[in-house]
Design a protein around this ligand. Structure first.
Ligand code: 7RM
Length: 655
């Protein structure tokens, strides 16, 4: 699909200036202050980032080299420095903040636990010693498959402490997905739990882990199991050990392992346009720096803030704004285990009230879902401590933005709409709340030191306002991904090839308006955002085709009021198409099958059976046509190249 030069349709006129009261105590207080930073970065991009790295990171050995572009687009930042990320998140806070609360944890059942920096430091050291005792060394991969509890953060920080590379797999992914990721990463250890709770249901983590390990995962030597749900689960002798047992008689001191700036901190698997998820590899120093500067610039973090990012740690948002960013700046954060609707749709606002949240960061899908439940629900809660709101994951529609602004922010809180990706490590385009006026639906302006632009098919900057094109980043930045684990070629092909290795290609289409504000229009590739979760259409198609009765499948996104996009699948069966295109038992089976192969988030909402898929004469599936049909739109595409026009009726569910 060529998105370039699409006339954009959205024309949002409303402009919200930063409130003077907010700006007065903000870290960046005005457009003038922001422009000064932008200018520094424009004058000397490398020096700008080197200055930030020197001022924000506690180095064991300072770096002397800033950026090595000799193997571009493999960039190296702060190459000869030595540091430890866990030291930067914990030890350096012990002097002034040992007794400050680092984590306020709330379980879905209402259990609350507070962990201070001193306690967190001890727990991380203990667990790091346990990892070492179980044979984990610098560079080993450790897969973490856990519920949203403080131990998830402890496990990640402990890996960072000894230079082990963690790879968190979202607890909602299936045994099959877990197995694929463990095998791709070549992980030596798995850390999991008996079970988690979400939406009142137990998530069978250990059961899924056992299934994954029974089928493959030959590199796994040991499994550490946290007790959380308390249910009885089988433990395999010689392989499985309880968390409580491994931390029992170990020291609560653990010298950090000093690693090079470029040492991989973690892998995080994310969906792309091919069937197989890719292991996005992040660095230690550059990534850490990204989480710190964005906590300061975008979240305007102050010492007395109570910060809550609702994302699961299984996604990048949870990595950067639960596990690393808030701790690296010594903040107090809330971590909530469960669903937003337990016991009712007021849970988020209840948490904001009880824990006196000042900065609240969530996804448009959650806002839309809670908005649907009515204005009277948030009205019951005291939200007066809130001072800043954020969103992430997909474009926020102006209606949801206005509801958030009115009913949650009480027209007092700025909203920061943060555009970024698993690959970018931290926010790249977002309003700095004390300086930048916002427009509902726009992520506004790139952060200082981020050379974002919109370009046409030839890579030329699009200067005319409101003309769509490819979103690119024209200069390397410290918190960019380093490669795709084990697949250099895919790194080059996915992010760099399109414009001859010159620009990072985000895979999104966007346009800039008259004021230079960025508006994200959607993906240029076959990636869906279902409730803010990133899924590849090919990934779901491969899962469907793996079913013995399925010959061919095409998956597209269907616009959904709450989820943003819903999964819509077109299926060609081996053998005859069901009469009238209806076979409820099979549909149920295929939905369960996809759940088993990938996870419940990938389960198709709709499945339609056809004798054939619409293809051009050159054999390409006409995805745009399928998207129009899924959306229930009139077909405007040229269908004259279709091999068999009659199947259009089947695809539309009319035959
Ligand atoms: C953080 C995250 C990345 C994709 C990205 C976009 C979409 C994310 C916004 C957004 C419009 C936003 N990582 N996206 N944030 N679109 N406005 N503020 O979501 O790797 O899972 O997804 O998400 O399409 O490319 S991700």
């Amino acid at each position: 699909m060529a998105p370039a030069n699409i006339e954009s349709i959205l024309h949002e006129q409303r402009l919200f200036q930063p409130a003077p009261a907010f700006a007065a105590r903000a870290r960046i207080k005005s457009m003038r202050e922001l422009q000064a930073l932008q200018q520094q970065a424009a004058q000397d991009h490398e020096k700008f980032w080197a200055d930030r790295a020197r001022e924000q990171i506690s180095w064991h050995k300072p770096f002397t080299k800033i950026l090595d572009s000799s193997k571009a687009p493999h960039y190296r930042w702060f190459d000869d420095g030595l540091l430890n990320v866990s030291y930067n998140c914990l030890d350096r806070n012990l002097k002034d903040k040992a007794h400050k609360t680092a984590i306020i944890f709330e379980g879905e059942q209402g259990d609350v636990r507070r962990v201070t920096y001193a306690e967190l430091h001890r727990e991380v050291c203990r667990f790091a010693n346990a990892l070492k005792a179980n044979g984990i060394k610098k560079g080993d991969r450790v897969v973490i498959y856990m519920p949203m509890v403080p131990e998830m953060v402890i496990a990640m920080q402990a890996c960072a402490r000894i230079g082990a590379i963690h790879s968190v797999v979202f607890g909602g992914f299936s045994a099959q997905s877990l197995q694929d990721r463990i095998e791709d990463a070549g992980a030596k250890m798995l850390i999991t739990a008996d079970g988690g709770t979400r939406g009142g249901k137990i998530i069978e983590l250990k059961l899924a882990a056992d299934q994954a390990l029974a089928k493959g995962c030959s590199t796994i030597e040991s499994v550490i199991v946290l007790k959380r749900s308390g249910q009885t689960i089988p433990m395999q002798n010689g392989r499985d050990v309880w968390w409580d047992d491994v931390v029992k008689n170990v020291s609560d001191q653990c010298e950090p392992v000093w690693v090079e700036s470029e040492h991989p901190l973690f892998l995080l698997y994310t969906s792309g346009s091919t069937g197989k998820p890719k292991g996005v590899q992040h660095s230690s120093a550059g990534y850490l720096l990204g989480t710190i500067v964005t906590m300061q610039w975008v979240f305007d973090i102050h010492d007395d803030d109570i910060f809550w990012c609702t994302a699961d740690v299984g996604w990048v948002t949870g990595h950067s704004y639960v596990t690393y960013g808030p701790l690296a700046v010594g903040a107090t954060m809330v971590m909530y285990e469960g669903a937003p609707t337990i016991p009712d749709g007021g849970r988020f606002w209840d948490i904001c009230q009880r824990h006196k949240i000042t900065i609240f960061y969530t996804a448009p899908t959650a806002i839309r879902g809670l908005m649907k439940l009515g204005d009277d629900i948030p009205a019951k809660y005291d939200l007066s401590k809130l001072r800043l709101l954020g969103t992430v994951g997909e474009p926020i529609n102006p209606e949801a933005w206005m509801w958030y602004h009115t009913h949650i922010g009480h027209e007092r809180c700025p909203i920061t709409d943060t555009w970024w990706q698993t690959e970018t490590g931290a926010h790249l385009i977002a309003p700095i709340p004390g300086a930048v006026a916002t427009k509902p639906g726009s992520c506004t302006l790139p952060l200082p030191g981020i050379a974002a632009d919109v370009v046409d098919e030839e890579g030329n900057s699009i200067t005319a306002p409101n003309q769509g094109g490819y979103l690119v980043i024209k200069k390397p930045w410290p918190f960019m991904l380093r490669t795709i684990w084990g697949d250099e070629q895919r790194y080059l092909d996915t992010y760099w090839k399109k414009f001859n290795n010159k620009y990072y290609v985000a895979g999104d289409t966007a346009h800039k308006d008259e004021d230079g504000y960025f508006w994200i229009m959607g993906r240029a590739d076959d990636v869906l955002k279902v409730s803010g979760h990133r899924l590849g259409t090919m990934e779901i198609e491969s899962a469907l085709v793996a079913h013995p009765r399925v010959a061919e499948a095409a998956v597209v996104g269907k616009p959904d009021e709450v989820k943003g996009e819903a999964v819509f699948a077109y299926v060609v069966l081996r053998g005859a198409r069901p009469a009238g295109g209806v076979d409820e038992a099979l549909t149920k089976e295929l939905r369960a099958w996809v759940t088993e192969q990938i996870g419940p988030i990938a389960r198709p909402d709709d499945i339609r059976y056809a004798d054939n898929l619409p293809k051009t004469r050159s054999g390409k599936i006409m995805r745009r046509l399928l998207r129009s049909i899924a959306a229930g739109e009139a077909i405007t595409q040229d269908t004259s190249t279709l091999e068999n026009e009659a199947i259009l009726l089947q695809l539309r569910g009319k035959a």
